[in-house]
Write a protein that binds this ligand. Structure first.
Ligand code: ZN
Length: 291
């Protein structure tokens, strides 16, 4: 595992109060990740290419935090108590609160791979899981928190986009198995993690570019937007899920003919967000220029 387990990409122009993170696009498989299914199947849990698709954001003033570790090894978009008892070889010291995701086999450490195939041919020791938390989960979360705090301190407000991708059709690891998904799914946990105008701006911009957009259906946003979204403190956090078939083959993970168009449209989305933030940040009381 490379140290650190994440990469921070900083702006190449004057910063704006925007931070992106890509928790699921990591492709560096640690030596101690002894998954049972073939790597090609395990890799289907990745949001492959997502950090690259958003890489134009740094030329528009945003910072991007990119996870390097694979999502199936430890999932940065899950809470630390979301431990699956069925995975453990020994007792977990501390509270366990398995979520619905954990029941589906995709908690903090995934029990299942695509198709419901067991991820391991053995149980995991709790100290192995704790090592993954300390080497991957915590540094990633600390890096994202730091980037958000820096922007919030500088501008009085910060906007966060948590970047993901999803299968075109729900599978057995999701609650919408067999259902066709929209091109883009925005999640603000039913309007609680960011101001409604921000969700509306992103939806409007992507619809104008020709994409079908759903809001909080089937994904409302999970741990990262839950932690970082607090509109009352001028911290706005929105999850964006992109349908993978828009930009790659879901099985081979190779970019398809749509990749370049999507990347261009995400650049334009960040342009629209930057314009919105300019107006918002300068009208916030905390950023008043009045003497
Ligand atoms: Zn994801």
């Amino acid at each position: 595992m490379p140290e650190p387990s994440f990469r921070r990409h900083d702006p190449t122009v004057a910063p704006i109060p925007l931070v992106l993170d890509s928790p699921h696009s990591g492709e560096v498989y640690p030596d101690d990740f002894d998954h049972a299914p073939p790597r090609s199947l395990v890799r289907q849990s990745e949001d492959t290419h997502v950090a690259r698709l958003w890489s134009g954001a740094m030329a528009r003033g945003a910072t991007l935090i990119e996870a390097l570790f694979p999502r199936a090894y430890i999932d940065a978009n899950r809470g630390l108590h979301d431990v699956d008892p069925a995975l453990l070889a020994d007792a977990w010291s501390g509270p366990i609160a398995p979520s619905r995701k954990c029941e589906l086999g995709v908690g903090l450490v995934w029990r299942l791979a695509r198709g419901g195939v067991p991820m391991y041919a053995r149980k995991l020791r709790s100290d192995e899981i704790r090592a993954r938390i300390d080497r991957c989960w915590r540094p990633y979360h600390e890096a994202l928190q730091r980037a958000l705090d820096e922007r919030h301190a500088a501008f009085g407000s910060v906007w966060h986009i948590d970047c993901h991708s999803m299968f075109a059709i729900g599978d057995e690891l999701s609650d919408d198995a067999g259902c066709e998904r929209a091109d883009i799914v925005l999640g603000d946990r039913d309007g609680t993690t960011c101001e409604p105008a921000f969700t509306a701006l992103v939806a409007r911009t992507m619809r104008a570019a020709g994409y079908g957009v759903a809001i909080n259906d089937p994904y409302k946003g999970v741990e990262l937007v839950r932690i970082h979204g607090n509109p009352a403190q001028r911290r706005h956090s929105l999850q964006i899920e992109i349908k993978r078939t828009l930009y790659m083959d879901e099985v081979t993970l190779h970019p398809n003919a749509g990749y370049a168009r999507l990347q261009r449209d995400l650049d334009r989305l960040v342009d629209a967000v930057a314009e919105y933030l300019h107006d918002r940040a300068y009208t916030e009381p905390a950023f008043s220029t009045q003497k």
